[in-house]
Write a protein that binds this ligand. Structure first.
Ligand SMILES: Nc1ncnc2c1ncn2[C@@H]1O[C@H](COP(=O)(O)OP(=O)(O)OP(=O)(O)O)[C@@H](O)[C@H]1O
Ligand SMILES: [Mg+2]
Length: 294
């Protein structure tokens, strides 16, 4: 067994992209290899310190959800074994448990965000004007309050280094077409409802989430990237939830608190993380997996 993986290095495949968390390799015109590393990003900057097993947790959770939600939408997973793609034991070690062979598709240029609770940029926008992404909400809601109905609040997909921006349904429709956008909204809301209902039975509130979709050749929507992981969603312990106060989230709270405490200016490079912050964060990621996956 190898230690945490900050950066994958595979000799036989072309690297297409190192994202904040995932390294994406080309297999051929139809397929990609996605490797979830142990990189963590906080305040949109990647930390130099890996979180052991984080990539495995994200991979196992996404796999679980793609299966669980299979009745609602097609997804990008294939059943091919990624380990068969590389030649050496050292390379297989890098991939084990943290890699997926997926259909290579063109991602839609928007992020499909669903909010069941009013927090983060949703709360910020609501306080400013009573609405989020053009959706009017009742007066008097408190921070982290549960919404009567989940809302679909798309955002742009910002280029590396920039921040995503909330947009309204019209702007999103101009980017991808109204018919597609209506289908994305419908699917995203159904996915969120089903996942959130399930997670609650396991003691976790999924406060909000971000999904990504692509169109396949037949024009069908396909769910891609990762789904309902602590990186793409806000997970809160259901225990002790009360509106008016933002619960400590499952995962990055320790990291964020630490970085605030030491007064980092949130500009790259991010400082290294001390052992106890790393250990506690790794524990929280593993706990999310253990709670959610039977
Ligand atoms: N099936 C797929 N086909 C093509 N691209 C995909 C597929 N699934 C995921 N991707 C892309 O792979 C990348 C995954 O890397 P990662 O999540 O680390 O990126 P990121 O830092 O979040 O970057 P981005 O801001 O581009 O999302 C994302 O850009 C995502 O859009
Ligand atoms: Mg991503």
């Amino acid at each position: 067994m190898m230690g945490p993986l900050l950066t994958s290095e595979l000799s036989g495949l072309r690297l297409l992209n190192r994202g904040k968390v995932r390294d994406v390799y080309e297999i051929d015109a139809e397929r990609l290899l996605i490797v979830a590393t142990d990189r963590l990003s906080a305040f949109d900057v990647v930390s130099p310190t890996p979180i052991p097993d984080k990539g495995r947790v994200l991979t196992a959770l996404s796999r679980f959800w793609f299966g669980y939600l299979g009745g609602i939408t097609a997804h990008h997973l294939t059943d091919e074994d990624p380990l068969a793609l590389v030649g050496t034991a050292r390379e297989r070690d890098q991939l084990a448990g943290r890699s997926l062979v997926v259909r290579r598709l063109a991602p839609l240029p928007i992020e499909a965000i669903v909010r069941g609770y009013l927090v983060g940029s949703g709360w910020r926008d609501y306080r400013r004007g009573g609405e989020v992404c053009g959706i009017r909400l009742p007066d008097g809601l408190r921070e982290a309050e549960r919404l009567e109905q989940p809302i679909f609040t798309p955002s742009t997909k910002a280029a590396a280094g920039a921040h995503d921006e909330n947009i309204d349904f019209e702007q999103a429709s101009r980017a991808v077409g109204r018919d597609t956008m209506e289908r994305v909204r419908e699917l995203s809301l159904r996915l969120y409802r089903q996942a959130a209902r399930y997670a609650l039975t396991r003691g976790i509130i999924i406060a909000d989430t971000k999904c990504e979709f692509a169109l396949d050749r037949s024009g069908a929507l396909v769910l891609i990237d990762e789904v309902f992981t602590p990186d793409s969603s806000r997970f809160w312990p259901a225990d002790g939830y009360a509106p008016g106060r933002v619960p400590a989230s499952f995962d990055k709270q320790y990291v964020r608190d630490y970085l605030e405490r030491i007064g980092w200016d949130k500009r790259p490079p991010a400082p290294a993380l001390p052992d106890e912050v790393v250990a506690e964060t790794a524990r929280k990621y593993r706990e999310a997996l253990e709670r959610l996956v039977p």
